[in-house]
Design a protein around this ligand. Sequence first.
Ligand SMILES: Cc1cc2nc3c(=O)[nH]c(=O)nc-3n(C[C@H](O)[C@H](O)[C@H](O)COP(=O)(O)OP(=O)(O)OC[C@H]3O[C@@H](n4cnc5c(N)ncnc54)[C@H](O)[C@@H]3O)c2cc1C
Length: 524
Amino acid sequence: MNGNLSRRHFLNLIGSVGGSTAIYQTSLALGLMQDVGELPKLDLLDVSGQRKKVAILGAGIAGLTVAYELERAGYDCTIIEASSRVGGRNVTYRHGDVVDEMGYPQQVNFDKAPHLYFNGGAARIPGHHHRVLHYCRVLGVDLEVMANDNRLAWAQDDAAFGGKPVRVREFTTDARGFMAEIMGKAVNSADFDKPLSDEDMERLMEFIKAYGDLDDNAVYRGSERAGFASGGFLKHGELKGTLDFSEILKSSFWRRGMHFNHAEYWGAPLLTPRGGMDNIVKGFLRNIRSPITRNAQVQSIQLRDQGVDVIYNHRGKRRKLAADYCFNSIPAHFINAIPNNLSKEYVEALSGMRRSSFLKIGLQMKERFWEREKIYGGISFTSQEINQIWYPSHGIFEKKGIVLGAYAFGPEQANKFERMNPAERIQFAARQGEKIHAGYSGHIENGISVAWGRMNHMMGCGNEVHGDNKDAMFDKIQTPDGHHYMIGDQISYHPTWQEGAFASAMYAVGDLDQRVRASEASQG
Ligand SMILES: Cc1cc2nc3c(=O)[nH]c(=O)nc-3n(C[C@H](O)[C@H](O)[C@H](O)COP(=O)(O)OP(=O)(O)OC[C@H]3O[C@@H](n4cnc5c(N)ncnc54)[C@H](O)[C@@H]3O)c2cc1C
């Protein structure tokens, strides 16, 4: 590294209505999907006895939240859900379930045991997703800590270390050590521009040594952070030799995997409902009385002056629901195919929303071989198409476990798997898993793949909004069109997080409350 490094560059390098509803609306106005600060409390006006009818389209997290809040305030809610299943993208697969993929329905053949389940959609809850956590609390959903990050898991890249996996712990420690050594040399170099005081320079060197675990001469000679080569608890431990820095640089692991646990959404500790993410859905079902009509596909949405008419097809029969208000979580990219009289600008905004595509594979392993490799939860990373292998944090020491065997993100990655049939996807994932765990495929008993781009009633995962008028589009769809509200994580700037679904529902319900209060006030 050349010594011509200014202080600024160097530091950059290192440091690479009524009451609460009104407050709530104000806070939302500052940024709908703020995920920090106080959780706004909904304090809805009780409208019991006024027979205000609400149609809720879609029984995912957003629809269920609206039902939960509004029925408590005396609204008469009806939920219309196209699928035979409630929960939408919050889905946990267990023995006997069916993965409802278009053309490839898959029977789930996991053994029947409480720990053998697979979260096919939502799986993780960051600690700052306070709306999700609030509803888990009020619905009585038991949570546990989930090891998302594990320094004993593997980093594998065909381009480095001859394709052999190395422990995340060794990779990360050595990468930091070598980087710190280089930083130390740069600081010691005569060319280093020195607006730093002598004291700051001293502290800087101490920082660099601590950061990389360097010796007194600021040289990296390995670190116990990477683990010991031998020793154990009764003998003096021998440090592991360091990895080859050039191989570290060749690996793609440092691009993302090495830092993913620093990102806001993935930093430890993460939480998850004990026994499966769909325990949130079950919590709602225990706590709401509103009828849910399943297998009912919405086929028309017509605004009236003071309400909304919804036509849906229930088991081959057309039915009509006349409501005062409608909350709609149907994926926006379906709206053009549903006859409606929503305003032109509203439909244009909805039409601009595309869906990304994610794919997850869940594999039942006949033994928990990863625990023999000292891995308890967390993720191994690979440059291959499967991207990641997740090990369950629950069910430790059980005989079997469900491993996430592939997680493809975005159409480019997911399409490759989508073109295969379910059996081929599992064979493909099995072959790639072999590069991380020898004998991997031999442990697989059965598996499922959840290709969100091909799932019935969904055909995609998170929204994708591009272009210069992104803000204008979000403004449009976050604002009701007459008595029709769009809800769901799809109207959030942070798609593919339940927090967005909850936030959209709370926002819409708060807005309705203000309108009702305003109308009552105007009538004296
Ligand atoms: C692979 C994946 C990983 C994820 N990971 C996480 C995570 O770790 N943590 C997290 O918090 N979130 C995660 N999410 C996101 C989370 O699952 C969603 O944000 C949330 O479930 C969305 O809820 P929703 O109510 O907005 O929409 P949905 O769940 O999509 O609900 C929409 C509902 O509308 C129904 N519907 C569709 N068409 C019609 C029609 N014509 N008539 C009637 N009903 C219809 C659908 O069947 C569905 O039930 C993940 C999602 C996926 C897919």
